[in-house]
Design a protein around this ligand. Structure first.
Ligand code: BTN
Length: 257
C-alpha cells in the first residue's frame, strides 16, 4: 500500500484505509463517512465476506489480488445526480483497465465493465442524503483482476471473467488501483468544473451498445427496444418499437445478440 500511496497524484486516495478481510468496503466506508472521513478517503480490502452488488446481489469477493475498494465523496449535488457518479467511475475504471491491461474493456449501462461479453467489474454507488442534497456518496468498485476460472461458482463462469483469465497472466492490482484513483481525480474535477457533457461524451466513446437491441428488466417491467443514448442525469434512453423514447433510471440490461 505504501507503493500505492506514493503514486497517488490527487485527492482521491490521499487517505487510504487498507484492510485484510471486511464484510463490505462500502459498509466500512459509510461508517467512516458517518464519523466525518474526508472527501477522497479510500477503503481497500483483500477480500469481503458480504460484498454487495447492485439490486441486492452478492459480489463474490475471494482473496488473491482483486480490487475491492470504496471511495468516499462529498459532492455538491442532489440525490438524482448520483447516477452520474457511477457514470464517472465507469469512465475512470474503463480507461484505467484499457491503459494498464490493453484489453478492449467496454462499459455497459449503467455500471458494468465488460470484456468479451463477460463482466470484469462493477460499480455500486450508495449515498446518504439529507433533504435535496447528498451528505456523502460511497462509490464501491469491484474488479476481477486475478480471479481464476475455478474461483467463480459454475453458474457465474459463463458471465464473468477476470484480467488474468483474459490475458493468461497475473496483473498488478496496485498499478490498476493507482490508474483508477488518478483517473477518478481527473474526471471528478472535469465533472465539477465543466459539468456533465464532457463526461457523457467520454462515456459514449467507451460503450458500443448504442443502436443495439436491448432488454431491460426494471422490477416487474420488461422493456425491449434499441439503446439510444444516455441523458444528462445518466439515465438510459431506449427507443421503443413505437418510435417513442423511454428513460430508464435503473434495471438489468442485456444487449441482445
Ligand atoms: C455490481 O453489481 O456490478 C456492483 C458491484 C460492486 C462491488 C464492489 S466491491 C467493493 C465495494 N464493496 C461492496 O460491497 N461492493 C462494492
Amino acid at each position: 500500500m505504501d507503493q500505492l500511496r506514493k503514486l497517488i497524484k490527487g485527492e482521491m486516495g490521499r487517505d487510504i484505509v487498507s484492510l485484510g478481510v471486511v464484510d463490505s468496503t462500502n459498509s466500512f466506508a459509510m461508517e467512516l463517512a458517518d464519523k466525518g472521513a474526508s472527501h477522497g478517503t479510500v477503503v481497500v480490502a483483500d477480500s469481503q465476506t458480504k460484498g454487495r452488488g447492485r439490486m441486492g446481489r452478492t459480489w463474490i469477493s475471494p482473496s488473491g489480488g482483486n480490487i475491492y475498494m470504496s471511495v468516499i465523496l462529498t459532492p455538491s449535488i442532489g440525490p438524482r445526480e448520483a447516477t452520474l457518479l457511477t457514470i464517472m467511475a465507469g469512465v475512470a475504471c474503463c480507461g484505467a483497465l484499457r491503459n494498464t491491461t490493453g484489453l478492449p474493456v467496454e462499459i455497459r449501462w449503467p455500471n458494468d465493465l465488460m470484456v468479451a461479453h463477460k463482466k470484469l467489474g462493477g460499480i455500486l454507488t450508495e449515498i446518504k442524503s439529507g433533504g435535496d442534497k447528498i451528505v456523502y456518496a460511497v462509490m464501491g468498485i469491484g474488479i476481477n483482476v486475478n480471479t481464476k476460472v475455478e474461483d467463480f461458482p459454475p453458474e457465474v463462469r459463463m458471465i464473468a471473467t477476470s484480467v488474468r483469465i483474459e490475458k493468461g497472466r497475473t496483473e498488478s492490482r496496485t498499478f490498476l488501483m493507482v490508474e483508477i484513483l488518478n483517473g477518478l481525480d481527473r474526471w471528478y474535477r472535469v465533472f465539477a468544473q465543466k459539468g456533465v457533457n464532457t463526461l457523457l461524451n467520454e462515456w459514449r466513446m467507451l460503450t458500443s451498445m448504442m443502436g443495439k437491441p436491448v432488454q431491460v428488466t426494471m422490477g416487474d417491467e420488461i422493456i425491449n427496444g434499441l439503446a439510444y443514448d444516455i441523458d444528462d442525469e445518466g439515465m438510459l434512453i431506449v427507443k421503443l418499437s413505437s418510435g417513442s423514447l423511454k428513460r430508464i433510471s435503473f434495471g438489468d440490461l442485456v444487449v441482445l445478440r
